[in-house]
Design a protein around this ligand. Structure first.
Ligand code: SF4
Ligand code: SF4
Length: 223
């Protein structure tokens, strides 16, 4: 899921002031931002109270089911058409993808209410960790299912680096070195003998913007 954190409130106020917005509609997200406790109903109502305390009128609010889904967000926007029309701006408590979806769905100026920080694994309720940077050239087949690109702070494919000490990471000193973990798991699975030095990754596969069109039978997706 996409992990978000609250955006600096002063910056949000500056964004609204930059267009002289006095009234605001708030859109949250029922998926990742709800799980991350940044853009669910509770946080939307907190933003509403904060906006009102700052002297803004809140014309309405909604929590989209999946705010990055264009069709669903257009539908949600139509349900709240009058409230959105009455607003000078829309504040979106969702990831950057959700903000852009809302910006495509409504005609009003749209501002982000959150910062998008990483694609996160849910370790347990309220605990998220970054495990994949979506590099487009996965090496998990060779690294026993542990991503060195993401979980080694230096992104080293082959390690450990010279700073590893007693099995622990030089940078994140409370964590075991990624490459120690990889080598141990490979050994435990009897794969160590077949593991070699990983070749340089092909970062050309990570073209931006990514695009996949399952309806396009001739291909042509990026990357
Ligand atoms: S190598 Fe790491 S960053 Fe790349 S796709 Fe695999 S898990 Fe994700
Ligand atoms: S100690 Fe290991 S995980 Fe930490 S930066 Fe060096 S190679 Fe990466």
């Amino acid at each position: 899921m996409i992990i978000t954190r609250p955006r600096d409130w002063e910056r949000i106020k500056q964004n609204l002031a930059s267009i002289g917005a006095k009234s605001v509609f708030i859109m949250g997200c029922g998926q990742c931002a709800t799980v991350a406790h940044t853009g669910g109903e509770k946080e939307v109502l907190q933003a509403k109270a904060a906006l009102e305390a700052d002297g803004h009128a809140v014309t309405g609010w909604a929590v989209g089911e999946v705010t990055c889904h264009l069709g669903g967000t257009k539908l949600e926007s139509r349900k709240h058409f009058g409230d959105i029309e009455d607003a000078d701006a829309v504040l979106v408590l969702a990831c950057g993808a959700g903000v852009q979806t809302v910006a495509d769905a409504v005609s009003k100026p749209v501002f982000p209410g959150l910062e998008s920080v990483f694609l996160g694994n849910v370790i347990r309720h309220g605990v998220f960790e970054e495990r994949c940077q979506m590099c487009g050239d996965c090496v998990l087949d060779l690294t026993a299912g542990i991503c060195p690109v993401t979980t080694c702070p230096k992104g080293l494919l082959n390690g450990p680096c010279g700073g590893m000490w007693d099995g622990m990471c030089e940078v994140l000193q409370d964590r075991e070195c990624t490459h120690v973990r990889i080598q141990r798991r490979l050994a435990d699975q009897g794969r160590a003998a077949t593991s070699g030095v990983l070749p340089p990754k092909d970062f050309s596969t990570k073209l931006k913007p990514g695009s996949v069109n399952l309806r396009n039978k001739k291909g042509g997706d990026r990357p």
